[in-house]
Design a protein around this ligand. Structure first.
Ligand code: GLN
Length: 490
């Protein structure tokens, strides 16, 4: 049996039946990482011994019959989640040696079920980027074609799932960083509703937009992971005291009722945008037909402020980032530059050497936009636009249950293609940003392969806290399109 090909649900079933052990499963992934991660570069840190120790512990729990959903399941974590005693770098030189004293709540939840934390995944530095090229350490490659980016910023997590280096992975999504790499790597990625999953212990990029979520092989695994990760956390004041349903019910719902009675909206502004690859358009048209075939009532809707989303996001996110990253000054946090004569010089050298160019760019844009005299013109304006975008979604969801769009305007691009041109890079986030600005949940489900052999994802968004509809429709869609092909063998 090829253990690395198992989904979380399949692996759990075999672990429960004691047909495989967690040590065997973990070894299968570790062996693949040993063999192929020098090509893909999905991981910043892999602690083989620690992973095997956790797997042995899981096997002891399973022997006692005390297993829970994730006992013995090997999971990768984006390197932005604090892990007690294990380096957490945010793919930044400034945190190169940072070893947290505590676990993020999400990490605690995996540990409480004796999951195996197989490694810390590469990312764009501080989650700023769409290609993982902004990692201070190395570029992650797309397992479908190693000349291409895996997307970002959770590119290491998505590539690790696609390359079968782990059963599932955790990412974060501030403007698309779970959905877009999932789309580019042919896996499923879900950004939960803002407040659904605790951000405690997750190094903050833009606090009003950041959400933690799953990246998995299929929608069933996404539901399982959301079940584990979600829920109110008193340690995060922005976490919502909302009830946590069993998201696997979304799958049962589909099995009982299909998608009949569900209404989906397609924003007319999305498809008239410039720069959408014809193959993405075809993929989207086919996806629409598939959903229609499943009984979904599809209608045109309007999100009138779509055109302002990129501009608003690229002010709000850098503003929040400039405040959040102020703590990395070589005094409170961060590797201090010792070659300075006074404190100002120390700050300057620490930040110039510690932060990469994109992070510096965001800090400068954010600081400028928040400075007195410019605050109203930039941050104030962008916040007003955000309110309008939220209203757009509220109104749209009066007439539909889910909103459909492509995840990205093009399939994955070549490594190096956009990195010199930040504006083009920012524009490629057009379909994913509004979801974060509005705080609603969004999922990316594999929906086709381009003629160049690269995957493309369909995005579905739903009302606040209605991830259930995304699981139901995502599962239905997945069943209808049939098994997604695996990436070519590495
Ligand atoms: N690409 C967007 C950015 O660079 C989104 C990143 C994210 O979701 N973390 O900010």
């Amino acid at each position: 049996m090829n253990l690395h090909t198992l989904t979380i649900a399949q692996a759990k079933d075999l672990l429960d039946k004691k047909e495989i052990s967690s040590v065997e499963l973990t070894r299968a992934f570790l062996d693949r990482i040993d063999k192929y991660d020098n090509t893909i570069s999905a991981f910043i840190t892999v602690d083989r011994d620690l992973a095997l120790e956790q797997a042995q512990q899981a096997d002891r729990i399973i022997a006692k019959g005390e297993n829970q959903a994730f006992t013995g399941i090997p999971v990768a974590l984006k390197d932005v989640l604090c892990t007690k005693g294990v380096k957490t770098t945010c793919a930044s030189k400034i945190l190169e040696n940072f070893v947290p004293q505590y676990d993020a709540t999400v990490v605690e939840k995996f540990k409480a079920q004796d999951a195996v934390l197989i490694g810390k995944a590469n990312m764009d530095e501080f989650a700023m980027g769409s290609s993982t090229e902004n990692s201070a350490f190395f570029v992650t490659r797309n397992p479908w074609n190693t000349d291409y980016v895996p997307g970002g910023s959770s590119g290491g997590s998505a590539a690790a799932v696609a390359a079968r280096f782990c059963s599932g992975a955790v990412g974060t999504d501030t403007g698309g960083s779970i959905r877009q790499p999932a789309s580019h790597c042919g896996v499923v990625g879900l950004k939960p509703t803002y407040g659904r999953v605790s951000r405690f212990g997750v190094v903050a990029y833009a606090s009003s937009l950041d959400q933690v979520g799953p990246i998995t092989r299929d929608v069933t695994d996404t539901a399982m992971m959301l079940n584990l990760m979600g829920g109110h956390d008193p340690k995060d004041s922005t976490s919502a005291p909302e009830p946590m349903p069993d998201f696997l019910k979304g799958i049962a719902l589909f099995k009982e009722q299909g998608l009949s009675g569900m209404t989906a909206g397609i924003p007319k502004e999305f498809l008239s945008l410039e720069g959408i690859d014809p193959e993405v358009k075809t993929m989207f048209e086919n996806a629409r037909k598939t959903l229609e075939g499943l009984g979904v009532d599809i209608k045109e809707i309007s999100l009138p402020h779509t055109n302002y989303a990129v501009a608003a996001y690229y002010i709000i996110a850098p503003c929040e980032a400039s405040a959040n990253l102020a703590r990395f000054d070589g005094v409170r946090y961060g590797v201090r530059d010792m070659d300075a004569n006074d404190i100002m010089e120390m700050y300057k050298k620490t930040k110039s050497k510690g932060f990469g160019l994109e992070v510096q760019r965001r800090i400068i844009i954010g600081t400028y936009s928040l400075s007195s005299g410019y605050y109203d013109a930039y941050y104030g304006r962008a916040s007003q636009v955000r309110a309008l975008i939220m209203d757009d979604f509220k109104r749209a969801f009066e007439s539909c249950d889910i909103i459909l769009s492509p995840v990205a305007p093009t399939p994955a691009f070549k490594i190096g293609e956009k990195i010199e041109d930040p504006l083009t890079m920012y524009l490629s986030d057009i379909f994913t940003l509004s979801c974060n600005l509005a705080g609603v949940p969004g999922i990316s489900v594999p929906a086709g392969i381009s003629s160049t052999g690269l995957p493309m994802g369909l995005q579905m968004m739903a009302r606040h806290f209605d991830e259930m509809s995304l699981i139901r429709a995502g599962y239905g869609f997945e069943q209808a399109v049939g098994k997604h092909p695996d990436p070519p063998e590495l």
